[in-house]
Write a protein that binds this ligand. Structure first.
Ligand code: DGL
Length: 263
């Protein structure tokens, strides 16, 4: 029997592994190709045109590898490029949407904070999402330069990471926010450290699981065979594949063999 086509998943770097792990938990049968665009990371400091060019190059690569669906596992790339990708390619794209709607539903204080990259907050797409869902809730947005790099270096709870998290999150908590939206796929890897910094009473929300449900809904159900073969996983980096193996393997929770991406 022919192997089902893989799905492609990409991010500016290793952050999308937080989304891939939810997809793998929901659909362990799906073979995956993950692209870390670490040679061009961070996207947060790039223009929309630069991000679109990268998203297009990676999409071409993934389609060449036979991807049947592509997950843009990056909020910044989704905001900048997903409409362009959908207009130019027929394969389905699943993008990220920061958890503003569930955050508005969850707040008791009436104040929420949205942590995201500079590029994600620069356009009007995220602000339109906020306007659509905020109702009476006060929404404070906070760009977080530097956090993506800390995760890329595998520094999830060192002094500099803690300093940045405190600088970005504590003013939101002081302003009354009881829910913080993790609006970048790198941030779930900082969840434990952030929870320690903001202490109890603050809920941290991301949308990795929602994306996994969306992927599942777009694909045929897993075939019921006895002894389902383990999904094949392939890994590519436009940066240093050895760094992806070292740090990506730690974030993923298992060793991985990365190949260079030339795209
Ligand atoms: N993981 C990306 C996101 O969700 C990070 C973007 C960046 O490289 O700045 O926005």
């Amino acid at each position: 029997m022919a192997e089902p086509a893989p799905i492609g998943v990409f991010d500016s770097g290793l952050g999308g592994l937080s989304v891939l792990r939810e997809i793998a938990a929901k659909r362990p049968d799906l073979s995956t190709i993950y692209v870390a665009d670490s040679g061009y990371c961070p996207y947060g400091a790039k223009s929309a045109d630069q991000i679109i060019a990268r998203a297009e190059a990676i999409t071409e690569f993934l389609l060449g590898q036979g991807a049947q669906l592509i997950v843009v596992a990056c909020n910044t790339a989704t905001i900048a490029a997903v409409e362009y990708l959908r207009a130019h390619y027929s394969v389905p794209f699943v993008g990220m949407e920061p958890a503003v709607k569930p955050a508005v539903a969850a707040t008791r204080s009436g104040v929420i904070g949205v942590l995201a990259t500079g590029a994600a907050l620069a356009g009007d797409k995220l602000h339109r999402l906020i306007d659509r869902h905020r109702g009476e809730v006060r929404v404070i947005t906070q760009p977080c330069p530097g956090l993506v790099e800390q995760v890329e270096h595998g520094d999830l709870d060192g002094p500099e990471t803690r300093r940045l998290l405190a600088e970005y999150a504590l003013p939101l908590v002081a302003a009354g926010a009881d829910v913080l939206v993790l609006g970048c796929t790198h941030y779930p890897f900082l969840r434990a450290t952030l929870a320690d910094i903001v202490r109890t009473g603050v809920t941290l929300l991301d949308t990795g699981e929602a994306v996994a449900r969306r992927v599942d809904s777009l694909l045929p159900p897993a075939s019921v065979v006895i002894g389902v073969p383990t999904a094949a996983r392939r890994w590519f980096s436009s940066g240093d594949p050895m760094q992806m193996e070292a740090i990506g393997g730690r974030l993923w929770g298992a060793s991985l063999r990365a190949q260079p991406l030339v795209a």
